[in-house]
Design a protein around this ligand. Sequence first.
Ligand SMILES: C[S@@+](CC[C@H](N)C(=O)[O-])C[C@H]1O[C@@H](n2cnc3c(N)ncnc32)[C@H](O)[C@@H]1O
Length: 239
Amino acid sequence: MALRNKDQHRLDADAVTVVSRHYGDISEVPWDVQKYYEQRYSLFSKYDDGIWMTDDGWFGVTPEPIANSASSGTFSPERNVLIDCFAGVGGNTIAFARTHRWLRIHAIEADPTTLECAKHNAQIYGVSERISWYQGDCFEILKDAFPEQMDDCVIFASPPWGGPGYRFESVFDLSAMQPYHLSQLMACFQSVTDNIVIYLPRTSDIRQLAAIARFSSKVVVTHYCIEGASKAICAFFAK
Ligand SMILES: C[S@@+](CC[C@H](N)C(=O)[O-])C[C@H]1O[C@@H](n2cnc3c(N)ncnc32)[C@H](O)[C@@H]1O
């Protein structure tokens, strides 16, 4: 059943109200989201089944074809637990769950409303049973829930890129990425595993990825293209 605009979900936190909803028609969509709404079926092919989004979620979600490609990357067979550190509205988490490749998927998201969208969207795709959800700061949750090195684990991260400014940079400086720069992310993730996948802007400085790889031993960088143009990269770090 498709949800319409009246199906609006509010989590009231005093003055701060983050709203998720299913837009049924472009006339309901804020002007700055309309461009993304027009691409809704590339973001979620099951959009009309009632996908929930926050307005921020539209900007950050990984398009479904890219999420599917990234999830079918080569992972060593002994790795069967996946931690998605920045789950957003569920684009990547759902794609990983749909591969049936992972015994368990742990999905972390800081914003409670965005997390509710991800949970709901995973139900639409019929994969929620395979996912454990965590609401909070991934740096804290990794420390508390995954305090030791895990030989069976891959960490996937699609961190915020610091707004749309990356589009105007010919080479994106990963040491200045906001709010979390590359070394900060890697230092935290490496306390859990050496198998790390990070989804980054297409113009990311490959030399910075190579410099990090010196300490982890190998990095494979894959460009994901739609209609012949690179949209983003994934850096696959592994020992
Ligand atoms: C680029 S979006 C992820 C999009 C996601 N891959 C998808 O396809 O929907 C980044 C997400 O990270 C969340 N986030 C930011 N800082 C976080 C943190 N410290 N811990 C967990 N989540 C965080 C944001 O709320 C946002 O939803």
